[in-house]
Design a protein around this ligand. Structure first.
Ligand SMILES: [Zn+2]
Length: 359
């Protein structure tokens, strides 16, 4: 099966009221874990690579692993997405490598640290969208800076994200500005800031509405019914995974993630892509710790990596089930990039904005 675009996949998800987890990939075990789960669940897949992943594995290795996945799991539509592109070069080099979707994160400047102005964000995102759509590739934009409403701090992980204090205003996406942004940039999907942050340490207590602003998603969806909303930093950091990690010598302070039921609530209000990285990491490393403690003489990496793969597969399966992704792979017929490109140029995929429809 050809590689699917984010736009086609999320349009299908919107039509059939489900969400799609976007799992980060860095190595072979993660790719296999995702695809094994997808095969079992009949779920379409978004695999995303950050700049960190592209430099860790190298573009050639990363892309060939996805090629291999396509050959081995031909029944699964696979979207390969650039996570947090920091500038045009990152996005266009991803497209050159065969990514079918890119995120242009213009909420931060190209250093991936300094919060950018709204004008900067519109300009750079519009440029990327105009070029990407010419070749049928999808674009995710971001409005508002990801960070904690609990501490007022931005988040930084893997060299990406703002460090230090931000105004509450910058930590929450403004629904009115969101519709202007989508109209001006024509992004296919919009990452929103609602109090989620990257990494394991999202909340110091189970999140309530003051620190996890799900109502902002509902307000954005009302204005932008045709735009797919993306939740970043949406690992749930399940207690049982923290417990395994700590039981076998880990020292992870108690933390709380985004509860799966809150994600399910988001899916009812236009959330179509849910980014999950920490949960996969934690599932894998918890099991690796267990093997290391229980079999102190073990030195074959496969004895660590195979159970780690299985733990990640279980996590992926659970999310495919809970988000309603399961059962949909076989219903999708992939539209080639050239056809997507001609749909963009005809205006058929232009954003729908509630304000305009009311006028
Ligand atoms: Zn993110």
């Amino acid at each position: 099966m050809a590689r699917i675009t984010l736009r086609q996949l999320l349009d299908h998800a919107a039509e059939h009221d489900y969400g799609v987890p976007a799992f980060n990939i860095n190595n072979m075990e993660q790719v296999i874990a995702i695809l094994e789960a997808a095969r079992k669940a009949d779920a379409p897949v978004i695999m995303q690579a950050s700049r960190g992943a592209r430099s860790y594995a190298g573009d050639t290795m990363l892309v060939r692993m996805v090629d291999a996945a396509e050959a081995l799991y031909p029944e699964i539509p696979i979207c390969l997405h650039q996570d947090h592109g920091n500038d045009e070069t990152t996005c266009f080099s991803a497209i050159q490598q065969g990514f079918t979707s890119v995120m242009m994160d213009g909420s931060l400047e190209a250093d991936a640290k300094t919060p950018a102005s709204y004008e900067y964000n519109v300009d750079i995102t519009r440029n990327v969208t105009a070029m990407a759509h010419r070749v049928g590739v999808s674009v995710e934009g971001e409005l508002g800076c990801l960070g904690s409403l609990e501490t007022g701090e931005g988040d930084a992980e893997d060299g990406h994200g703002f460090e230090g204090a931000l105004d509450r205003e910058m930590l929450l996406t403004d629904p009115v500005q969101a519709s202007e942004f989508v109209a001006e940039t024509k992004v296919d999907a919009l990452a929103v800031a609602i109090g989620t942050s990257h990494g394991a340490y999202k909340f110091t207590r189970p999140p309530t509405g003051d620190i996890l602003a799900m109502d902002v998603i509902e307000a954005i969806h009302e204005r932008l019914p045709g735009t797919h909303i993306v939740m970043h930093g949406s690992s749930s950091v399940p207690q049982e995974l923290q417990d395994i990690f700590n039981r076998y010598g880990g020292e992870m302070p108690q933390t709380y993630g985004v509860p799966v039921d809150q994600i399910e609530r988001g899916i009812k209000s236009g959330v179509r892509k849910v980014n999950i990285d920490t949960d996969c990491r934690l599932a894998m490393t918890g099991v690796m710790r267990k093997v290391a403690q229980e079999n102190k003489s073990e030195f074959d990496p496969r004895k660590f990596l195979k159970p780690a793969l299985d733990a990640m597969k279980d996590l992926c399966l659970d999310r495919f089930d809970r988000f309603g992704t399961a059962g949909n792979a076989s219903k999708i017929k992939v539209i080639p990039l050239a056809e997507m490109a001609s749909r963009y140029s005809s205006g058929a995929l232009d954003p729908r904005i509630a304000r305009d429809e009311a006028a």
